[in-house]
Design a protein around this ligand. Structure first.
Ligand code: AMP
Ligand code: MG
Length: 321
């Protein structure tokens, strides 16, 4: 099968990073929340990027990685204790890690892209991570401007009464699946079908500044979705649509940042997972997302991700106002 090694390596490194983040969340987030200290995000962010870039570097030494973090902040002398802490967490996966190696791994994620590259959000949804809500480790392989492999590890996500901790994976042309983070058989992912929007739900960001919640509700209503939105942090929203828990994910530009351009690592993995689960993803004009322009989706505004069936209706509603 195409991209077999890429899929296996991407899953391995994303799982290792998700476990690291989960450990940080359980061990140091609770006490720092009281002190209003965001440093655990830093520890998990850097630790996750180090583990993933190390693994990708061994398996695919030629592949550039466009990651969210760079180590500049972590290199200053006053940040030495933080770097020690990151290193300690990385050692949970890579026992021989040193502070020097950790900063080098992190900086492997500073590439600009190219014809074939990986894009990484080591923790997507940092606000959810701090609140004890949703967050994701998001990793995707882009080739020729197209996402070919996508992995989303969601340590806090569960379906129904199942245990939290799910991972989602897709390879272009080969479908999408999910499994528990702790291991288990992959289960196929399938968006909700049927044209009856009545029972459908839609998902949007928790953070009001990352979208236009007023317009998002209006558009959902215009296409016949009568229930309130499900608000979730991170690309867990893409997973919810791919798994049929929601029919639509709307991310319209916030009135406060109308010219905002989305970052590729906030979308690449999720887009492929929805497409391979039978859904559709475009910008708010109905154009495909263009992953060939560096770290931002400069040619797109807003994101509409759906089960496919309702997609054209949503785009038409957006064009009407
Ligand atoms: P979410 O968890 O869906 O709210 O999205 C989190 C992501 O929103 C972060 O990774 C940021 O890259 C991104 N973000 C930051 N500012 C904005 C903005 N003004 N509009 C849309 N997304 C944003
Ligand atoms: Mg993000």
């Amino acid at each position: 099968m195409a991209y077999d090694t890429e899929k296996k390596v991407a899953l391995d490194v994303a799982l290792a990073a998700a476990h690291l983040c989960d450990r940080v969340r359980q061990e140091i987030v609770p006490e720092s929340i009281e002190k209003d200290d965001r440093s655990p995000v830093t520890v998990a962010d850097f630790g996750s990027q180090a583990v993933i870039c190390q693994g990708l570097g061994v398996a695919f030494p030629q592949d550039p990685i466009v990651g969210e973090e760079d180590s500049a902040d972590l290199r200053s002398p006053e940040r030495a204790p933080q770097l020690q802490l990151v290193t300690r967490y990385v050692q949970g996966t890579l026992p021989t890690a040193t502070p020097d190696a950790v900063v080098q791994w992190i900086d492997r994620g500073n590439a600009q892209g190219g014809d074939r590259f990986w894009t990484l959000d080591p923790i997507d949804g940092t606000k959810g991570f701090l609140r004890g809500d949703q967050y994701a480790v998001a990793l995707a392989l882009v080739e020729g401007g197209e996402v070919k492999v996508g992995v989303l590890a969601c340590p806090a996500l569960s379906f129904g009464s199942g245990e939290p901790g799910l991972v989602f994976v897709a390879v272009r042309g080969e479908g999408a699946s999910w499994m528990p983070l702790k291991g288990g058989d992959p289960q196929p992912l399938q968006v909700v079908t049927g044209a009856e929007a009545d029972g459908f739900r839609f998902v949007e960001s928790v953070e009001s500044g990352h979208g236009d919640q007023t317009r998002q509700s209006a558009i959902a209503q215009a296409v016949g979705i009568t229930q309130a939105s499900i608000r979730m942090d991170s690309q867990a929203k893409y997973a919810a649509v791919a798994a049929g828990q929601a029919a639509l994910y709307l991310r319209l530009p916030s009135p406060k940042t109308p010219d905002y351009r989305e970052k590729i690592w906030d979308h690449a993995a999720g887009v492929l997972i929805i497409e391979e689960a039978g859904g559709r993803v475009t910008d708010m004009l109905g154009q495909p997302l263009d992953f060939s322009q560096g770290s931002k989706l400069v040619n797109n505004q807003g994101v509409v991700a759906s089960n496919g069936v309702i997609h054209e209706t949503v785009i038409a509603a957006l064009q009407q106002g």
